[in-house]
Design a protein around this ligand. Structure first.
Ligand SMILES: *Cc1c(COP(=O)(O)O)cnc(C)c1O
Length: 395
């Protein structure tokens, strides 16, 4: 008798391990939960009639966010993409520049670069963090760029590489120490895409507060949501002032006059979204604890499943575990699609990582380094149900 026939397939083992943790219900990937003051603050906001660009919830949300992250200043905006757009603009990214971003990211990172008229330049990730690999990047920059008048110039294209945007994948902090040294040595502005990492710390400091600026997202699928929303974090008062100005149509303060002194954007977060955000932020510590508990339950459950690893926070980091992540062993890479099919058919929502940016038609001509680790990771990453409510419901 064939030994294999009496063993459960990898898909069966993975489904069983997930079911052990989440029970027999259908499960989505990530669901928001509103069991704090959400209704209360929304009603208060509606009753005040200040639902739009003025109101006390925006100010409070920005203050609460600064307190939570430790950033000196925060500017709340309509979404994470607009936060990135403004942060890149204020980092000096201009038309004709290049900006280093991971190939393994959500499309918003690349889109924001193009909104500045600049070109994304794709860099590889490392398996340990799922983020930018600073050692490989340093080597690449040494061989492909030169310093001209304090600027990093791409020798092949002749364009200035103005900035680098590491992204903290699924809430796991990238190697910020390594990336900061590369940014410093090659004269690159550092802007962190912390859209996925609210609540994640690197060496005890909140992600998004290491660079010149960092950006957050409060989209419906993120750790907390304002419906749609984002924020810029910075410790620089002048950058914060300018970010606020640009995102509020660059209007000069005046009792009645409409005067705008540069091309601005209508990117300010509406008060009604901030009302939701204030309530969500109050519950963030509890949600983070629940997501960590969910990780621990999955870890116990997947302990005996051979061929897959559950992604663990990098050393000296505290991840928010926004999306729990399975990494298939290289020999199991061919099994990814079977696993996705089997789990989704079983009512367990799972998703692969994004298609790598340079494989999208609109970015296929952009410069890039060797992306072998990103390629390998994409073939092996699977996100599994991650809502904090999976823990609170079960306990
Ligand atoms: C969610 C996300 C953003 C921003 O998304 P919005 O939907 O515009 O809020 C940016 N970068 C990454 C990596 C994201 O996951």
């Amino acid at each position: 008798m064939n030994v294999l026939s009496i063993q459960a397939t990898l898909s069966e083992q993975v489904i069983a391990a997930i079911r052990t943790v989440i029970g027999s219900d259908q499960a989505v990937l990530h669901q928001p939960s509103f069991n704090g003051n959400e209704w209360h603050y929304l009603k208060e906001c509606l009753d005040s009639t200040f639902v739009s660009s003025v109101g006390k919830f925006v100010d409070r949300f920005e203050t609460d966010l600064a307190t939570f992250t430790g950033a000196k200043y925060t500017v709340a905006v309509v979404n994470g993409t607009s936060a990135l757009h403004i942060a890149l603009k204020l980092a000096g990214v201009q038309a004709g520049d290049e900006v280093l971003i991971p190939a393994l990211t959500f499309v918003a990172t690349a889109n924001a670069v193009t909104y500045c008229g600049a070109t994304p330049h794709f860099v590889d990730s490392e398996e340990r963090t799922l983020g930018v690999d600073p050692i490989k990047l340093r080597d690449y920059l040494k061989n492909h760029t030169e310093q001209r008048g304090g600027q990093c110039v791409n020798r092949e294209t002749g364009r200035i590489i103005r900035a680098i945007v590491p992204m903290h994948t699924f809430g796991h902090p990238a190697d910020l120490d390594g990336i900061m040294v590369v940014a410093h040595d090659f004269n690159l502005a550092l802007v962190e895409d912390a859209a996925e990492s609210l609540g994640s710390c690197y060496h005890g400091q909140h992600t998004g507060t290491f660079g010149l600026m960092g950006t957050l997202s409060f989209n419906g699928n993120k750790t907390i949501t304002t419906g749609g929303g984002g924020a810029i974090l910075t410790n620089d008062s002048e950058l914060a002032r300018h970010a606020k100005h640009l995102t509020t149509t660059a209007k000069l303060p005046h009792a009645w006059e409409y005067r705008h002194n540069e091309i601005g954007y209508n990117y300010r977060m509406p008060n009604i979204n901030a009302a939701l955000g204030c309530a969500q932020l109050e519950r963030l510590p509890a949600m983070l604890a629940a997501k960590r508990e969910l990780f621990q339950r999955y870890r116990a459950s997947f302990n005996d499943v051979e061929g897959v690893q559950l992604m663990v926070e990098p050393a000296k980091c505290q991840s928010n575990y926004w999306l729990q992540t399975l990494i298939l062993d290289p020999e199991q890479a061919d099994n990814r699609d079977n696993l996705l099919k089997a789990t989704n058919y079983a009512g367990i929502m799972t998703r692969p990582a994004w298609v790598l940016m340079h494989e999208l038609t609109q970015f296929s001509d952009c410069p890039r380094m060797d992306l072998s680790t990103a390629h390998s990771l994409v073939q092996r990453l699977i996100n599994i149900p991650s809502s904090s409510s999976l823990v609170t419901r079960a306990s």
